[in-house]
Design a protein around this ligand. Structure first.
Ligand code: XLS
Ligand code: CA
Ligand code: CA
Length: 440
């Protein structure tokens, strides 16, 4: 059997003192933190698209990377070699999950029938390799944004023929996800938005998006797929404006269209910052509204205004993310998918290992810090004290809906100017630093 990553052995946990760059310093899959193993909490997944299909191309130049598993002339052979390489990588890295778009795992053909044939073959191989390795599918999805047919959107396209093509792809990808026992299925509306309102019927487009999602829910029920459906917000890029702008926008859209019981959110860190939110803002919004599903764990660059999809290495961001996720009860169907790609100069296959090891260690540290913060409950206690006025009789009467504006007037007259209290932001930031640098 060909080895696609020769020279790299299974990545082991060696602890914080290790100097081996191809070892985990913090991610110890079976170690228990707050009642569950690290593997159970973090549910890491490797994404197929950047990791195996991405070769470093950008808007200014072609790919820079060469891979022994890419480039066979026969499309079935090319797909097979890449998938064998992928499962070798998942296994050596020790991740429990992977994620893919339908057309990541094949070369798309000129006809739908031939594409379907290639796809069925690749899915059968994935099923076999999943059984051989124990690696599972976190979620599947459809790429309904790269092909020129989707230049004006998929379900929001002005043409019902393109809507139908996207529907055909979702049907195929959802059935494959079901066959591979996937824990979820993602909708990311890459071109579900517009470049200019001068040619756009926004009402019709957003109604069609809802119709499309209803069809997907119906198909899910029809085939008996039990995985969780997710929507992944992003404010723009490639479109000027994407309808799934951020978690709050998606939430309102789901509620308006009677879809809120069927979908949760897949939060991507880099998409949060593109929407001018912190990553943790999106997580906290989802936790507060019971709609956190899964996470695309990556990061942007604060000086570049686009979706750079870098590997997450900022322990503070990871700790704040895990603090939100753990307080939300932790992942059920979802996990941390590394929707992240190597920089264009990181051309060697081993760079894929360095990137994922660093990201897994950053989240493992974040998990340990967050668990300790929750155990000590210092922040929680501070927040409770800050809102303690609401636990008085007066506060409770407002929260329960009994009190009126006349009551507010009477209260303000009686109590006069309210006492002010410090938000203590700097003290809390100092406290966070203590946790970040004390926990190993
Ligand atoms: C692109 C998105 C995409 C989704 C899946 O910006 O992150 O990769 O995660 O289609
Ligand atoms: Ca993503
Ligand atoms: Ca992205």
């Amino acid at each position: 059997m060909t080895e696609f990553f020769p020279g790299v052995k299974k990545i082991a946990y060696e602890g914080p003192e290790s100097k081996n760059p191809l070892a985990f310093k913090h991610y110890d899959a079976s170690a228990k933190v707050a009642g569950r193993t690290m593997a159970e909490h973090l549910r890491f997944a490797v994404c197929y698209w950047h990791t195996f299909r991405g070769m470093g191309a950008d808007m200014f130049g072609p790919g820079t990377m060469t891979r022994s598993y890419a480039g066979a002339a026969d499309p079935d052979k090319a797909a097979e070699e890449m998938m064998r390489a992928a499962f070798e990588f998942f296994t050596k890295l020790g991740v429990p999950f992977w994620c893919f778009h339908d057309v990541d795992i094949i070369l798309e053909a000129d006809s739908l029938a031939e594409t379907n044939r290639r796809f069925a073959k690749a899915v059968a191989l994935a099923k076999q390799l999943q059984a051989d390795t124990g690696v599972r599918l976190l979620w599947g999805t459809t790429n309904a944004f790269s092909h020129p047919r989707f230049m004006a959107g998929a379900s929001t396209n002005p043409s019902p023929d393109v809507f139908a093509y996207a529907g055909a792809q979702v049907k195929r990808a959802m059935e494959a996800t079901h066959a591979l026992d996937g824990a979820g299925y993602v909708f990311w509306g890459g071109r579900e938005g517009y470049d200019t309102l001068l040619n756009t019927d926004m009402k019709r487009e957003t109604d069609h998006l809802a119709r499309f999602l209803h069809m997907a829910v119906a198909h899910k029920k029809k085939i008996g797929f039990k995985g969780q459906l997710y929507i992944e917000p992003k404010p723009h890029e490639p479109t000027k404006h994407q309808y799934d702008f951020d978690s709050a926008t998606v939430h309102a859209f789901l509620l308006k269209n009677g879809l809120a019981d069927d979908f949760k959110i897949n939060v991507e860190a880099n998409h949060a910052t593109l929407a001018r939110h912190e990553f943790v803002h999106e997580l906290e919004y989802c936790v507060a509204n019971g709609i956190l599903g899964s996470v695309d764990a990556n990061r942007g660059d604060y000086l570049l205004g686009w979706d750079t999809d870098q590997f997450p290495t900022d322990v503070k961001e990871c700790a704040l993310a895990m603090y939100a996720i753990l307080r939300g009860g932790g992942f059920t169907s979802g996990g941390l998918n590394f929707d992240a790609k190597l920089r264009r100069q990181s051309i060697d296959p081993v760079d894929l290992f360095h990137a994922h090891i660093g990201a897994m260690d950053a989240f493992a540290r974040g998990l340990k810090v967050a668990a300790k913060m929750i155990e000590d409950d210092v922040l929680g206690d501070f927040v409770r004290q800050r809102y303690a006025g609401w636990d008085t009789d007066f506060g409770r009467r407002i929260e329960s809906g009994e009190a009126t504006l006349d009551d507010m007037h009477a209260h303000a007259l009686e109590h006069g100017e309210p006492a002010l209290q410090s938000g203590r932001q700097e003290m809390l930031e100092n406290l966070l630093n203590e946790y970040l640098y004390a926990v190993r």
